[in-house]
Design a protein around this ligand. Structure first.
Ligand SMILES: [Zn+2]
Length: 165
């Protein structure tokens, strides 16, 4: 069960999402240039999604990484729920899913913030201002992710989308 507790700080957001974004962007770039030439042995091949038995949230890893829950830092009790070969589509899809989740988490955290929560902030920080800044960053990130998908070379659509024509 995802909790409503606000536990995504800005660092987590930048590090975690930044890495995902980097991975997705480098995959997209690699495909646009010469894909086979840039594919080296050391590159991870699979995107594995694990669900944490402790908090129920899922986290994505390559087969080169050790699954550690990104939400509660639990190393064990991670159940493999999906394994897909890494493609720009797979990465973009995952990234979009995460950015949607992050954005709605942030927004609901902001909306449910009580006066008590606000008191917990450092005195010189305005909690609303901080949240709004964070929210704006998350929104920008979400939009960037959506744009990223549009930049993909046009090919067959994986799912039955709303392709005009
Ligand atoms: Zn967890």
């Amino acid at each position: 069960m995802p909790t409503s507790t606000f536990d995504i700080d800005e660092k987590t957001l930048e590090v975690g999402m930044g890495m995902m974004a980097y991975a997705a962007v480098s995959q997209l770039t690699a495909q646009r240039s010469n894909y086979s030439r840039t594919m080296k042995k050391k590159k991870p091949r699979f995107m594995m999604i694990y669900r944490c038995a402790s908090c129920g949230m899922d986290s994505g890893f390559t087969e080169k990484e050790k699954p550690v829950c990104r939400y509660c830092d639990v190393k064990k009790d991670m159940t493999l729920i999906s394994k897909k070969e890494i493609t720009p589509e797979v990465m973009a899809e995952r990234l979009k899913e995460l950015s949607d989740r992050m954005f709605s988490n942030l927004r609901s955290a902001f909306e449910s913030m009580t006066e008590e929560d606000k008191v917990a902030f450092p005195e010189d920080e305005d909690p609303e201002k901080m949240m709004l800044t964070l929210l704006a960053k998350a929104k920008k990130f979400k939009e960037d992710v959506e744009k990223l998908e549009l930049k993909q070379p046009k090919r067959r659509r994986a799912k039955g989308g709303t392709a005009p024509r």
